[in-house]
Design a protein around this ligand. Sequence first.
Ligand code: GTP
Length: 358
Amino acid sequence: MREAILLVGGQGTRLRPLTLGTPKPMLPVAGVPVTVHQIERARAAGVERIVLGTSYRADVFAEQLGDGSHLGVEIAYAVEDEPLGTGGAIRHAAAHLVSGPGDPVMVLNGDVLTGVDYASLIEAHVVADAAVTLHLVRVSDPTAYGLVPTDAHGRVLAFHEKPTTPEEIVTDQINAGCYVFRRSVIDTIPAGRPISVERQTFPQLLAEGELLQGVVDDSYWLDLGTPWDFVRGSADLVLGVAPWPGHVPTPALILEGAQVDVSAEVGGGSTVGTGCRVGAGAVVRGSVLMDGVSVGADAVVADSVIGAGAQIASGAFLSECVIGDGASIGAGNELRGGARVWPGVNLPATAVRFSTDA
Ligand code: GTP
């Protein structure tokens, strides 16, 4: 039986306040939790059983995903009492695997949207008889990532986590957070203590002379760690830029029960959640409105994430903002460039007029 471990226990600090109540992998992109997108792609690649490595808000996963039968997979839960880091979480989840020592086990970061062909990654791993095979992507600015140089045959030469000097930028290949492990290699990770797979396990395996293989793939890839990448990923799914089997690309996804005035302009890959209301003349562009959001007449919401039940009053202007669940933005407010409003906060109406350029 083909198995995968999905790492979903991080606190998602960069996505606060959205992640105060909901773990990042359960936030909806294009109306569907990130984890569900990943499970569907893994299942399409032949994965039948998934172990979710949970820690932060572990309860939310079990409540919403259950035993996985409605998603066509079997889900087991490995719940960490204390966060064990990425490596510790993989080791902890191994207790729930049924794979034999030589079997390939996929390991996926829970916050990545990707079009990589999982089946061919497993195939490459088996052919190379590698200890671990890593999916690598090329990026123009690798400074925020873990660099993974390889030789001409794809053999990993080193790991450089988040380089700071130009000399350290030895390649544009980065760790994409998707691996295939030989099961027995997972069992060599020390149990019961926090370990980083990127900073500790992989460099140690290299030092021990194990074969770590990198597979560079140029298909769609996006880490949803920041609010701006989160809205971009959601819009890419809606617009058909990111792969989503069965989805018909559309300028905006209006979910069941949402009411959008005919004179409102909703596009740029926006998602309007269940029960939302968008008033006359409002503009919603490249944004995610979670369920039950109300956007008043002539308000503008661009490139922003609006938490469930939040209210954006008439004439308010939001660009690149994160608004927490149930917050209320009064008429006339103008928020831009990274503003974050915590859940339940009430910004009173203001008489000051704002400019309308986004
Ligand atoms: P930030 O706090 O914003 O950096 O986000 P994060 O907590 O999700 O951390 P990061 O993006 O580096 O994590 C990469 C992946 O590993 C995500 O899918 C996390 O859910 C997962 N992860 C990180 N730490 C742990 C952990 O201690 N346990 C488990 N089970 N998963 C983890």
